[in-house]
Ligand binder design. Structure first.
Ligand code: FES
Length: 320
C-alpha cells in the first residue's frame, strides 16, 4: 500500500495561535490509543475538499508518548494550492478526518552529546516534540528560534517560560539574527545540529556547518516542499496502461492517485525518495523540484519525483 497506514480520527480542538498559524488536535475515531512516535515525525493529513483529495504532511508537535491525541500546527499559505486554507477555513471541531501513521524523516540522533536546534517560523513544530522526547531522556539541547516578528512567534511564551536557559528567540523586524558561525564554533564536540524552516535558512545552516568542518552525519534538516501549481500536462503510465491528465493545481502524484494508481510515497515533499519513478520516454522538459535526486539524475531525464516535480512537453511515459 502507498504511504503509511491510515488512522481515522476526529478533530477535537482548533486553536488559532496568531494571524497565520492554527493548532489542530486529533483523537482516534474509535476511541482507542494512537501509536507513540519519536520527535521529528510527521503525519500526512487527508483533506477531502469536494472532488479533490489533498494530502499534506505536518510535523507532530505533541508529546511523542501521549497516545490520547496528536497535535499539529498549520501555517496558512494564501499562495498555495489550498491545503492549508482548507484546514483553516473548512475544518471544524468534531469533523472526521484521516491521518497517516507517524513517519520520521527527521529523528534525533541519540548518540549526540548535545542537540542544537535551529528553527525558522513554523519550522518550530518538530522541535516541540523532540524537546519533549529529550526532557524524558535528560538529553542536552539548545534552541535558537527566529521569527518574522513577535506576533508570529508561535509557542515562544511556552518555550521561554518552560526552558528559559535553553531557548533563544530572534525577531527579524527587531534586527535580531542568529550569529551562526559563532554559535557553531562554541559547541562541545559530539554536538549535532538540526534545522527546520524556510529553504534559505536550511541552506545557510547546512553550508555554514559544512564550511566550519561539521561532519555531514551531524547536520540534520527537514524541508518539505509543497508541490507548486503549473501548466497541465499528460502522462502515460506504462504499467497501469493509463493515460492521465495532471491539472494545474494538482501534483503528478495526486493525479496518479485520482486515477486509481497506488503510487508509493512517504513525505509528499520531495525529501524521502519513496516516490522515485523511472521515465521510459519523453519529449519535453522536466521541472524538477525535489531535493532527493542528484543533479545528474535530473539531467539524465530518466527519473522523476511525482510528489513535487512536473513536466512540460509533448510526451511523458512513466514506468508506473
Ligand atoms: S514522497 Fe517523498 S520524495 Fe516524493
Amino acid at each position: 500500500m502507498s504511504g503509511a497506514a491510515k488512522i481515522p480520527v476526529i478533530v477535537t480542538d482548533i486553536v488559532p495561535l496568531n494571524g497565520l498559524v492554527t493548532r489542530f488536535a486529533f483523537k482516534r475515531a474509535d476511541g482507542g490509543l494512537l501509536p507513540t512516535f519519536s520527535g521529528g515525525a510527521h503525519t500526512v493529513v487527508e483533506m477531502r475538499d469536494g472532488d479533490i483529495t489533498r494530502m499534506n504532511p505536518y510535523s507532530l508537535m505533541s508529546d511523542p508518548m501521549d497516545q490520547t491525541a496528536y497535535t499539529i500546527s498549520v501555517r496558512r499559505d494564501d499562495q498555495g494550492r489550498g491545503g492549508s486554507l482548507f484546514m483553516h477555513q473548512k475544518v471544524k471541531v468534531g469533523d472526521a478526518m484521516t491521518i497517516s501513521y507517524p513517519v520520521n524523516l527527521f529523528s534525533l540522533d541519540l548518540r549526540a552529546k548535545k542537540h542544537l536546534f535551529l528553527a525558522g517560523g513554523i519550522g518550530i513544530t518538530p522541535f516541540l516534540a523532540q524537546i519533549k522526547q529529550l526532557e524524558r531522556l535528560n538529553g542536552r539541547w539548545e534552541l535558537h528560534y527566529a521569527s518574522r516578528n513577535k506576533s508570529l512567534g508561535s509557542y515562544v511564551d511556552m518555550l521561554t517560560d518552560r526552558h528559559p536557559n535553553e531557548t533563544h528567540i530572534y525577531y527579524d523586524d527587531e534586527g535580531q539574527a542568529i550569529d551562526l558561525k559563532h554559535l557553531l564554533d562554541g559547541q562541545p564536540l559530539g554536538t549535532h545540529v538540526y534545522v527546520c524552516g524556510p529553504k534559505g535558512m536550511i541552506d545557510w545552516v547546512r553550508k555554514t556547518a559544512q564550511d566550519e568542518g561539521w561532519p555531514r552525519e551531524a547536520i540534520h534538516y527537514e524541508e518539505f516542499l509543497a508541490p507548486k501549481p503549473g501548466k497541465p500536462f499528460e502522462v502515460k503510465l506504462a504499467v497501469s496502461n493509463k493515460i492521465i491528465q495532471v491539472g494545474e493545481q494538482e501534483s503528478l502524484l495526486e493525479a496518479m492517485e485520482r486515477s486509481g494508481v497506488d503510487a508509493p510515497y512517504l513525505c509528499r515533499g520531495g525529501a524521502c525518495g519513496q516516490c522515485e519513478t523511472d521515465v521510459i520516454d519523453y519529449t519535453g522538459n522536466f521541472i524538477h523540484r525535489d531535493h532527493w535526486l542528484e543533479q545528474a539524475d535530473h539531467a539524465s531525464g530518466r527519473k522523476i519525483m511525482p510528489c513535487v516535480s512536473r513536466f512540460e512537453g509533448k510526451t511523458l511515459v512513466l514506468d508506473r
